[in-house]
Structure formats: C-alpha cells, structure tokens
Write a protein that binds this ligand. Structure first.
Ligand SMILES: Nc1ncnc2c1ncn2[C@@H]1O[C@H](COP(=O)(O)OP(=O)(O)O)[C@@H](O)[C@H]1O
Ligand SMILES: [Mg+2]
Length: 389
C-alpha cells in the first residue's frame, strides 16, 4: 500500500516545480501545527508508541496527568514514564485493551488507559496509541452512591430498632410509675434513712428512663425528618412558648434570661412544632454551656429579606477546631450528649429555606443566629414586573 503510494508521489515530483513542492510542505507544516494544537487542547492524555514501547509523541495533557514534560518523554520508554502499568504484557496482546489504574503524583487520580494498536500490527513497525482518561470524578460519584446506599440501609435498620425500643421503654415507664405510687404508701412506715435511699434510686431510674426516651426521640427526628407543615405564625410567640417550657431549668440554675423581641416582627409561614424543636435544642445547648448563674440573651429583628433570631450565651464557647464539627451527626463534647441537636436545628431551618450561623469565641460564649426568609420576598417581585406598564 505504502510503497505504491510513495512511488506514485515520487513519480509526480518529477513533473512538479520547486514552488509547488514548497507549497505542499508549507501546507503540511501548517496542518501539523493544526493537529498538534488540537491534540494539545485535549483533556485526555495521548501518547503514540512504537512497537517496542518507545514514545513517539505525547500531548500536553500528560503534564497534568503525570507531572512529566511531554517533550522530555520523546524517545523514552513508556514504562519509565508511566511505571504503574505492565506495558510489555499489554503490548504483547496486540489488540485494543482498557485498564483502570490509580496514580498518586502529581495528585491522586483514577485513570483509564485505552491502548489501541495501529494498523500494521504483527509487522516490525507496529505502533500503538495510548489514551489516558481521567475518571476520578465519575469514580468518586460511584463510590458516593454506594456510600449513600449503605447509609440509607443502615439508617432504615437503625430507625426500625429505635422505633421498636419505644414500646418496651413505654411499658417500663408505666410500670415504674405504678411501682413508685405503691412504694410511696409503703414508705410512710419506713425509717428516714431507708426512705431517702429508695427515693434517690427512684429518681435515678426516672431520669434515666427520660434520657433514654429523649435519645430515641432525637434519633428518630434526626433520621426521619418530616416536611414542615407551614402555617402563618408569630416567631416571638414560639420563642416565648419554648422558654416557658424550659423555665424550670432556667430557674434551677439561676440563669438570667434577657429577651429583646422586636414587637413589629412580621408573621411567618413556618412549622410551629419544628421551630420549637430548633429553639429548644439551641437553648438547651446554651443552658448546658452557661450552667449556674449564666446569662442567655434572645433577640429577634428583621429586614427586607430575613427574620433573624439570635441566641447568645456567655458559656465556655466552642474551640476553633470543633467549630467545623458541631453540625456533624454524633459530634458531642458532653458525657451524655447525643450530638444530634444542632444537626436537627440545621435541617429544620434549611427545610424552611433559612440558614444557621454560629459565632463563638473560646471562653467567651456563643451566638447562634437563625435567618428565616420572609415569605413576602417572593411576592414583592411581582409589582416590580407590572411597574413597566
Ligand atoms: N452554646 C454552646 N456553647 C458551647 N458549645 C456548644 C454550644 N452549642 C453547641 N456546642 C457544641 O456543639 C456540640 C454539638 O451540639 P449538639 O449537636 O446540640 O449535641 P449535644 O448537645 O448532644 O452535644 C456540643 O457537644 C458542644 O460541644
Ligand atoms: Mg445539644
């Protein structure tokens, strides 16, 4: 094939003038530049190998994929430049092959190699094209999907177990209350010391049962969120109700509560119970952080876009290194914490289209801000569109 083409070409050369030959060469050079530009703009690495695996051509992508200068690769053996592949074995196969492999330099990536033999296979000057595709992104996506599926399965199992635990705990609670009542009568005849001991045991069981119940409820809320049921409500009102619910704790610890609620705060479409849960979790953290004689300030205000609710405490604060962790499931610095409180807060607020911001200085206290978008925001856009007419 090639011979006959060449002899034809040479035959023609005898009949063409030097100008024409120059033109042909100029065009060839131009076309070579054009092709090179195309190859160099490819994301994929392209390498042309001769039959012994020596590099005849390498495009610019090689620099990015392997951290080697493509020009310096010319004439070298491919196994020196890309040592992670068994080149002699692949070349000996003499057919198109595809392999996935991992590189760690200049950065960790997953690559796919397609080795394609050029026509004259089996002959002395057989050549190969090796194309390297970067498959890192798609591979990570696949791993992510597998992880999520695993997590979903685990979550379902855990939710089932947690739900099942609810029934025996309920039964325990009921029997415990009955037992407590009966004992109260018997205790009247018991001497003072024994009475105290029994009462403190009862108190311990009561509080542990409540804790168990709390953990399971929190857990189920965290993994089985329900979409918010939106109703027009006063955020200030919801804050007051939450504070009321927590008032025994504020009183027990002599915590000073300062409330600065903007009276003009507009109503908002939101899920009352979910907001209560979010405020409760934040305040509970505040109470646990400040302890006896602490100070907690709650304030609300608004602008055109958001209602802002701010919870400020003068507790120990959150150390810088823990800041990125506080929303992670099960992250807790407390002996009996669940590490689910803030996760639930964030999910509830996000379900309302809002945002949670935490500012904290180690040793000086913490401010948790909740921004809730005002429903009017959407409606305000409409009159503007009509303004034109
Ligand atoms: N107001 C706060 N002051 C100091 N640390 C806080 C505060 N709120 C949250 N944290 C930190 O964030 C962690 C996670 O909080 P949370 O998700 O509510 O779980 P838990 O309260 O069960 O530990 C807490 O253990 C604590 O270290
Ligand atoms: Mg908490």
């Amino acid at each position: 094939m090639r011979h006959s083409f060449l002899s034809k070409l040479l035959g023609k050369f005898e009949r063409v003038g030097p100008d024409e030959i120059q033109n042909v060469f100029l065009r060839l050079v131009k076309e070579k530049g054009f092709l090179e530009a195309i190859f160099n703009s490819l994301q994929e690495g392209v390498v042309v190998l001769d039959s012994r695996g020596k590099i005849q051509y390498a495009n610019m992508a090689l620099q990015r994929l392997f951290g080697v200068n493509p020009e310096e690769m010319l004439g070298k053996e491919i196994k020196q430049c890309v040592p992670l592949i068994d080149w002699p074995e692949l070349i000996a196969l003499e057919k198109m092959v595809s392999r996935d492999f991992q590189v760690f330099y200049p950065e960790p990536r997953y690559l796919n190699l397609s080795l394609i033999p050029l026509e004259e296979i089996g002959k002395k000057n057989a050549a190969f094209i090796a194309i390297f595709y970067d498959i890192t992104a798609s591979r990570e996506k696949t791993l992510e999907v597998i992880e999520t599926e695993k997590l979903n399965l685990l979550t379902m199992l855990a939710a089932g177990v947690a739900h099942e635990l609810g029934n025996p705990i309920n039964a325990l609670s009921i029997h415990f209350q009955l037992l407590e009542k009966r004992f109260k009568k018997l205790l009247q005849k018991t001497e003072e010391k024994g009475k105290k001991e029994i009462e403190s045991s009862f108190a311990a069981i009561r509080s542990e049962l409540r804790r168990l119940d709390g953990i399971i409820n929190q857990f189920l809320k965290a993994i089985r969120p329900s979409p918010p049921k939106l109703r027009l409500l006063s955020v200030n009102q919801v804050i007051k109700q939450t504070v009321e619910f927590l008032s025994p704790e504020f009183q027990n610890l002599d915590i000073l509560l300062e409330m600065n609620l903007d009276r003009g705060l507009p109503l908002l479409r939101a899920d009352k119970n979910q907001l209560k849960q979010a405020f409760y979790n934040i305040l509970k953290n505040g109470i646990e952080a400040v302890g006896k004689n602490g100070i907690i300030k709650i304030s609300t205000h608004y602008d055109d876009s958001f209602l802002t609710i701010s919870f400020q405490d003068n507790g120990g604060g959150i150390p810088q290194e823990a800041m990125s962790q506080v929303f992670k499931p099960y992250f807790t610095t407390k002996a009996s914490g669940t590490g689910l409180g803030l996760l639930i807060v964030r999910r509830i607020i996000r379900d309302h289209g809002g945002e949670v911001q935490i500012e904290s200085e180690d040793g000086k206290g913490t401010t948790v801000k909740i921004l809730l978008p005002r429903a009017e925001r959407l409606i305000r856009l409409l009159p503007m569109a009509q303004d034109k007419s």
